[in-house]
Ligand binder design. Structure first.
Ligand code: NAP
Length: 269
């Protein structure tokens, strides 16, 4: 009995996943987005879906991603895939699943972001688990994603790998004070991984570009911050509208550059 139930469950999962990929339209461009259940990632899904793109939206816990699920109900070309970006076996599994699917824009958005007071901890307060995890999620995983999906990007029409980085990881632009140790170091490491990769991408016709999304009010997603305007922040939709425009206008000249969300100007490392 137990065995039969398990087999039915596996069958259901297989049926569900194969239907998901069958919904994508070969005539439309495709974007693959990590961390798509909330914040900037969710807004990317909304805006690409509204433009009629195929969207492969990934989330760590799809069953809890209510807003993302609502989007799949409204847009048939949005499919959800489970993905924790630190699970490299799962990344390889998805890359194999979408081997026939070209990916025009691989959008590495998922990030372990510092929230609340933890952002202001001094060296005595550095959490070593978070330090290691930040490197894994923010720096190493985007490189693994780029490696795994390179063939799908190369085979696409637009051939773009977009990495959401942060001014916090820039020596020149980051805050001149001791804060966000793990986050800043992981974004600086991300920048160097991508700078290095950018020497490989042009030969493949791929544009690899890092973007700063600006200072975005994604705290709205958290219940106790609802309705509170955080000073000096922009709303998520504004950041994404502008990033979409920048992404749309990218050429091979922008390969290996770190650009501002607002107008695509070059930012210093
Ligand atoms: N907001 C800003 O002002 C700002 C500024 C500069 C750069 N950025 C960058 O922009 C990106 C998005 O930021 P945000 O403000 O939207 O962040 P957020 O609201 O904290 O959302 C982070 C997203 O990443 C996902 N994520 C975290 N760890 C993951 C993992 N191991 N595997 C898969 N997904 C994971 C989260 O999923 P769960 O819900 O499962 O945790 C969530 O979907 C990040 O890379 C961030 O560093 C943001």
């Amino acid at each position: 009995m137990h065995k039969i139930c398990l087999r039915s469950l596996v069958l259901l999962l297989v049926v569900f996943s194969s239907t998901a990929w069958a919904d994508l339209d070969p005539a439309s461009p495709t974007v693959f987005i990590t961390g798509a259940n909330r914040g900037i990632g969710l807004e990317f899904v909304k805006q690409y879906a509204a433009l009629g793109w195929n969207v492969i939206a990934t989330a760590r816990k799809p069953e809890k991603a209510d807003q993302l699920q609502a989007l799949t109900a409204a847009h048939e070309k949005v499919v959800i895939e489970q993905l924790d970006v630190t699970d490299f076996a799962r990344i390889d599994e998805l890359a194999a699943k979408y081997t026939e699917q070209t990916i025009d824009v691989l959008l590495s958005n998922a990030g372990l972001t510092p929230k609340y007071k933890s952002a202001f901890k001094r060296v005595s307060g550095v959490d070593w688990d978070i330090a290691r995890k930040s490197m894994e999620v923010n720096a190493i995983a985007p490189l693994k994603l780029a490696q795994a999906f390179m063939a799908a990007v190369v085979a696409s029409g637009q051939k773009k790998i977009i990495i959401i980085s942060s001014k916090s990881g820039s020596f020149e632009l980051g805050p001149k004070m001791p804060m966000m140790y793990s986050y800043r170091a992981s974004k600086a490491a991300l920048n160097m991984y991508m700078h290095t990769l950018s020497f490989e991408t042009p030969k493949k016709g791929v544009i690899l570009t890092l973007l700063s999304p600006g200072q975005v009010n994604t705290m709205e997603d958290i219940e106790r911050f609802k309705g509170i305007k955080i000073p000096n922040t922009i709303e998520t939709d504004e950041s994404v509208v502008k990033m979409l425009k920048v992404i749309d206008g990218l050429t091979l000249e922008d390969n290996g550059k770190f650009l501002n969300y607002e107008d695509g100007t070059i930012l210093p490392w």
